[in-house]
Design a protein around this ligand. Sequence first.
Ligand code: KPL
Length: 291
Amino acid sequence: MTTQPPWLVIGQGALGSLMAVHLAKLGQRVTVKLRSAHPEPLTIMHDNQPWSFPCSATLTQPSTIFAAVKAYHVRPLLDELQQAPAFAASTLILSYNGMLEDEASLLRPSDCHWVTTHGAYRDGLEVIHGGHGESWLGGCDQPPAAFETLAQALPPLHWHTEIHQRRWQKLAVNCLINPFTVLHQCRNGEVLERLDHAVWHAVATEIAALAATQGLQLQADELLANAQRVMQQTAQNRSSMLQDFRLGRRLEIDYLNGFVAQASATAGLDAPANDWVWRRVNALSQDRDLQ
Ligand code: KPL
């Protein structure tokens, strides 16, 4: 019998916490990585049940690493992991919203992207699975040994050979939902009745035009229909950006609509709707910080 390496879950946001609990429910050995040494176990509540996890500030042994982090943490995290001798024999499964420029050069061929439409949020120690979606894994040479375990932990999980396409679809979902939940201070299910539909359509059209410069065929209508479906599936959820906004945290807008606005400019395209959304959300977050 082959024993699976232990899991190191990085990112104590909603998705990392949810995955840690679901892996633990399967009897997997799970350690949670914290920024600094923490002798006490970390407790996460889920469905009114406490789950305790040992914590570590570093990668101490070859592991399957599940990192659900903010886009702006990806680069420092990779720099840190590369310093750990155990990283060479570890599998990295990475999940973050948005896109980083030159991200392909940051990852090893065996590193995978996990793209999800599951919605979750934290309320103190409690993690709430606000919307059941689906996930895709890909971007690596072949499915990692942990694929089945990951699929059982948070189903359904699909292996995807064109994860780039999925990541762009997810980028569109996040650009079409998250900033609007901040602009209108509402849950995912309330966005559609509040937003300016002309702006919303333009955001999708600009994403499809940018994707085309990268050889990806995305149709604006399909992106809008997909975002609408995710809004319904996660209607009760507060988007990750709204949660960050309310907690006074940095927002991922630079990696979502900000990425689209900047990458479009680099490609010689106009993206006024994404640019407007980017600036508007940044202005709101600056006002928040001044209060
Ligand atoms: O990914 C999400 C997020 O909040 O970041 C969605 C799918 C919109 C669920 O809330």
